[in-house]
Design a protein around this ligand. Sequence first.
Ligand SMILES: [Zn+2]
Length: 280
Amino acid sequence: VPELPEVETVARQLAPLLRGCVLRRIEVLDPLLRAARRNLPCGRVVRNVTREGKQVAILLRAHGSRRIVHRLLCHLRMTGRLLWLPRGDASRDTRHLRARLVFDRGRLLFIDPRRFGTLRVLRGACAAGSGVDPTTRAFTPPALARLLAGSRQELKPWLLRQDRLVGLGNIYASEILFAARLDPRRRAGTLGPAETRRLWRATRRVLARAIACRGTTFSDFGDAGGRPGGFQRRLAVYGREHEACRRCGRPVRRIVQQGRSTFCCTSCQQGTRPGTDVAP
Ligand SMILES: [Zn+2]
């Protein structure tokens, strides 16, 4: 089953191929696919291909504008995949073809033997996740500092907001704050420059490791059912209440923030007071 890391990989592969392409038409071959047949965004230009949760998102803009007017969202589910054929590629369309997105520079085929995948056309930019994707180059320490500035929210719930950083869930938020040695209850807007940098680096590292682990699980197990992700075994704090902190040996604690569990080591993750930022 393609999970976040695999979808991330697909989006990253498609982005450079599709960016700037003009969408000519969408040919839906499978009646199960209820891709909106009205308001089809033809003539739009691909601005980017990204990931929205576990879906591949093809972002479309109008000519001469950077504003995203439509998104094509593809959920691959069990067996779906997206295959790009550049114009002039003589390859015959494969079996299990459910939809064909025809662009000026090629065709994107949505192939899905078990037909659980979905393809949707939505208007406008992502409503919930218009924030910065922490796996992209747009995510820099200054960008993070700008997002944090002025926020009175506690760090852990702040990380879960999808309008600042997109894609972080409950597990990664706890892991990232542990790796950054930051108290999850700190107010987001009080981080100094060195702490912001630690948070930035921890976010990058934890996500990269998680993505690498899922990938490993995939190639090792091969079958779609095996979901004991490699990252589960590497969790530092999440789900480890009362167990020994991997850094200091004291027990990991579970606290509740906005109705959700946060796992942390209150010894390693002591909140530095505002204005007493420590050197890296
Ligand atoms: Zn500790």
